[in-house]
Ligand binder design. Structure first.
Ligand SMILES: *Cc1c(COP(=O)(O)O)cnc(C)c1O
Length: 427
């Protein structure tokens, strides 16, 4: 039985960033609970990935389950055009409350990439309606990742962003090198020069700066100085450019603050949220903006914001998001992120002694071991499974972002598995 399932999968199904003709092996997971994934065959793995930043409260959580079932018994979906409902209203009320004060308007999207498309469209439509249609390009920093749709791809890192082969069909945007000042180091104002230079020359064409504040995720797990984000905000004001913060990966506590922008004490003009929004239960994202941008978008022709997904404001997703955010607002949540940070810092430290390790870093509930060479992912993953943990490295990076509920003992096992596996894969 199991074989036929995996055989069908192998023959017919595309997984993220994979070949269907020569796929790498996948593991069948039959259930998940707390911080553990149970594989077919009975093996249990400690989850070090939170299912790509999303499952912050772990799996099969009683509160999230109840919210979902309760909503399913009333209404699973209804169109959002001309209709509204309590789950959407309550969720948006929470988002407006939790995010920085100037963000007051919420657009519910179906995935992170769509939230990024929506943010870009808002910025472009804003400038068109201000009589400045020539402000139709974006400026970003290298090393970013913003999603896999065409607009989002155009601001991913042109080299490491996985989309370099599409360069001819993507909109051309402005890129500057990413800041040199890492998180926790001293800030050097010289870091701002490339961005200021581009703005001085091209601000008339630039609608917005988009970046992942403080933590660049899938583009390289790079942590940079919060003052850089503050200076970007100041430059945006100086040059009349909007500031889009992509907090899809960093939002809801992952970096030790509720939002990564909080490290810098700034508020963007547009903020994208996703990933952890529903605690990993349903696909849902949100794009928030200010009164100024919303008014700007809606005052020109056509007078409305031109976007409206079929599954916008899905009640099941909203209901589980409300439950997830209530757990995030609990006083223990950020304390647990900091507890995880010190655990990971301690647990991963031995990797610093390996000559083939270039850098070890932690921020919030993220721990990264950067090697000098690319890892052989499939082999390494198999090794992790044999150590009873689920870790999926990419490029030169082995990283952890466990569910925020993970206890100290499991964290220690996770880190020690990384130390062991990395030490066995140095060639
Ligand atoms: C994952 C991610 C996205 C894309 O979200 P999807 O839900 O995968 O479309 C966009 N921006 C950042 C920063 C992300 O980490």
């Amino acid at each position: 039985m199991m074989n036929t399932l995996l055989e069908f999968d192998r023959a017919h199904i595309w997984h993220p960033y994979t070949s269907t003709t020569n796929p790498l092996p996948v593991y069948e997971v039959i259930s998940a609970s707390g911080v553990r994934l149970r594989l077919a065959g009975g093996l249990e793995l400690i989850d070090g990935m939170s299912s790509w930043w999303a499952a912050i409260h772990g799996y099969n959580h009683p509160v999230l389950n109840a919210a979902l079932m309760d909503q399913a018994s009333r209404m699973s979906h209804v169109m959002f055009g001309g209709l509204t409902h309590e789950p959407a209203v309550e969720l948006c009320r929470m988002l407006v409350d939790m995010t920085p004060a100037p963000l007051t308007k919420v657009f519910l999207a179906d995935s992170g990439s769509v939230a990024v498309e929506v943010a870009m469209k808002m910025a472009f439509q804003f400038w068109i309606c201000q009589g400045q249609p020539q402000k139709n390009r974006l400026l970003t920093i290298r090393g970013g990742y913003h999603g896999d749709t065409f607009g989002a791809m155009s601001v991913c890192d042109p080299v490491t962003g996985m989309h370099d082969i599409f360069s001819k069909v993507l909109s051309r945007q402005y890129f500057v090198s990413r800041p040199k000042c890492r998180f926790g180091e001293d800030f050097d104002e010289a870091d701002m020069a490339p961005m200021r230079d581009i703005l001085e020359e091209h601000h008339q064409e630039i609608a917005a700066i988009i970046l992942e504040p403080v933590v660049q995720g899938a583009g390289g797990m790079f942590f940079y100085h919060p003052l850089y984000v503050r200076r970007v905000r100041e430059l945006c004001d100086e040059f009349d450019v909007l500031f889009i913060a992509d907090e899809i990966a960093t939002g809801f506590g992952r970096t030790g603050k509720l939002f990564a922008c909080d490290h810098a004490g700034v508020s963007p003009d547009i903020m994208c949220l996703g990933k952890a929004l529903t605690g990993g239960y349903m696909t849902l994202a949100a794009t928030l903006t200010t009164n100024r941008v919303a008014q700007g978008v809606c005052q020109g022709r056509p007078g409305v914001f031109m976007h409206g997904p079929t599954f916008m404001g899905n009640p099941l997703a909203c209901a589980v998001a409300i439950a997830s955010l209530s757990l995030v607002q609990h006083s223990d949540f950020l304390t647990n992120v900091l507890r995880i940070e010190s655990n990971l810092a301690l647990g991963l430290a031995p990797c610093r002694n390996f000559p083939y390790v270039a850098h070890v870093r932690t921020i919030g509930a993220i721990g990264v071991v950067e090697l000098h060479h690319e890892v052989r992912m499939a082999e390494m993953q198999k090794d992790f499974v044999s150590h009873g943990v689920w870790v999926r490295p990419f490029g030169r990076l082995v990283y952890l972002m466990p569910p925020i509920i993970m206890g100290d003992e499991d964290l220690a096992m996770l880190s020690s598995a990384v130390v062991k596996v990395v030490s066995g894969h140095h060639l």
